[in-house]
Design a protein around this ligand. Structure first.
Ligand SMILES: CC(C)(COP(=O)(O)OP(=O)(O)OC[C@H]1O[C@@H](n2cnc3c(N)ncnc32)[C@H](O)[C@@H]1OP(=O)(O)O)[C@@H](O)C(=O)NCCC(=O)NCCS
Length: 219
């Protein structure tokens, strides 16, 4: 079924092959100067599947072939490339970029100015602070760089402080907390608090002031 959006701004553009609903009609808001179905590849499955209500704020550019859970929202000037699997209740902050072939779980919060490259996996309930940069090419522009791309894995409830940089293929453990400005070069264990460049473990989140709440989340 083709989408009948309740609030599509007159300056927004939706490719006629791109936008589909799963199930019944629901409210969808597409803000001024936004585009849905950009770069469409008609030889692939071009559709953007919205599973429920969503809100794309002005100047959001959403490419073709994305699967998007309920209650999705973007800030302003967000770019999302093709063929991503995005869960329910995800929020993508202004100026953030999600490249193609990522998997992002339910309730993930992505702050402003965040960069998420191809093949990144972010599990449910993770939180990425402002200007977090994830990377996927260990040797940029190497002859086989494109074949070697390896996105980071951010596990459930992990939190990345502002301006964190995560190197290709690195895993950030469940509930781990990465301090502002860290450069994470190696896998981070579950529950670790990591700071610095290169990132080093300085604590365990279960020792922090809000430890009791962390335990509650685990139950
Ligand atoms: C990592 C963090 C949680 C540590 O907080 P804490 O447990 O209260 O730790 P402390 O402030 O007592 O610092 C412990 C040590 O780590 C150092 N440190 C703390 N944060 C650091 C960071 N981001 N980078 C480098 N070193 C850091 C401190 O200087 C201190 O070093 P010292 O023992 O030599 O004096 C916190 O500093 C942090 O960076 N939080 C993320 C903030 C953020 O980005 N929020 C986003 C919302 S906008």
């Amino acid at each position: 079924m083709t989408a009948e959006f309740s609030g599509i701004h007159p300056t927004a553009w939706v490719h006629p092959l791109a936008a589909c609903l799963r199930g019944e009609t629901f409210p969808g808001e597409i803000g001024a100067y936004s585009q849905v179905g950009e770069g469409i590849d008609v030889d692939a499955d071009p559709q953007v599947y919205f599973a429920g209500a969503f809100r794309l704020r002005s100047h959001t550019v959403l490419y073709w072939g994305n699967s998007i859970g309920v209650d999705f929202q973007t800030g302003h000037h967000v770019l999302i490339r093709e063929q991503n699997e995005l869960g329910a209740s995800i929020s993508v902050g202004s100026g953030s970029i999600i490249e193609h072939h990522t998997k992002i779980g339910d309730r993930v919060r992505i702050h402003s100015g965040v960069f998420i490259p191809e093949f990144t996996v972010i599990e449910a309930d993770a939180w990425l602070g402002p200007k977090v940069t994830l990377t996927n090419a260990r040797y940029p522009k190497a002859p086989d760089a494109k074949e070697q791309l390896k996105g980071p894995l951010i596990k459930t409830y992990a939190k990345l402080g502002a301006n964190t940089t995560v190197l290709p293929g690195v895993t950030i453990g469940a509930h781990a907390l990465v301090g502002a400005g860290s450069v994470v070069t190696k896998d981070v264990p579950d529950y670790a608090v990591v700071v610095g460049n290169p990132g080093r473990v300085i604590n365990d989140v279960r020792q922090l002031a809000y430890a009791e709440q962390i335990q509650t989340l685990n139950q």
